[in-house]
Design a protein around this ligand. Sequence first.
Ligand code: NAG
Ligand code: NAG
Length: 276
Amino acid sequence: MALLGLLLLLTKAGSSAGLSTADPEPSSVPKPTSVTVESYNLNPVLYWEYQNMPKTPVFTVQVKTYESAVWLDACVNISHHYCNIFHQIDDPSSPLWARVKARVGQRESMYAESKEFTLCKQGKIGPPALNVRKVDNNIAINIFHPLIVINGETLGAMYDEDSACYAFEYHVYIRVKGSENTDKKQVSDPCDETQCELSIPVSSLNAEYCISAEGVSGRWHVTTEKSKEVCIAIFNRSIKALCGQKRHIGDETRLKIHVGCHLLPAVGPGRREGAL
Ligand SMILES: *[C@@H]1O[C@H](CO)[C@@H](O)[C@H](O)[C@H]1NC(C)=O
Ligand SMILES: *[C@@H]1O[C@H](CO)[C@@H](O)[C@H](O)[C@H]1NC(C)=O
């Protein structure tokens, strides 16, 4: 987290420095400025700024990866100020460089280059999705891995360090509403390609439990955004006795519920509580 924060700081510092750099030759076409790669959920995009010109400029973006070691076109003669470079990346764990030049009429600027960028290390990752429900005397929590979404298209989940940078360990925060304390559980098992699971016993009845989670990658020092809290109300089962009847059958105590008695509307088994 500290590393990521530092990198973000450096990126910010880099962009403001780029802004103030004056073009050395006033007659030539100026270079783009504030050239930075930003990535969200493994979708990397190069952004830049450009001054207002009398004639509309177009831009050409090239990417060089550590493996290829040659500059390859990513976007050619585009008029907007961003270019998706996902398809130029051969290995998300290796560094890449991106550069952009401007063309106005028949004249071109020099290339302006980004800082080195490693997708797994510097990309920002959104929160895991949560599903929370009551099963017997437990709260069952499903934590769904963040998805890789490229230009609006879902390519899969982040569950594997080789293909998708991260096999997250999840930090799950459990808060009883009205209480100051937040309990924290670390979950890395059981997990599959879609999700990890956690079951916690209900220790306090007639309470509302609020659950949130974030993913942590030790390998890349990356922490995902934290999910929103999902809350579930757990009621003391004995409340049933207020409108039902206890019956003893052998060793078991059973409840006979009167017709018309409204019970536990929010926590029926299998009911999905607000998936995010
Ligand atoms: C980009 O624009 C230049 C100048 O108009 C032109 O020579 C070149 O062929 C264009 N490239 C592509 C791929 O359209
Ligand atoms: C549940 O409710 C019953 C009756 O209101 C009460 O006697 C019991 O202490 C409660 N149990 C807990 C764990 O709160």
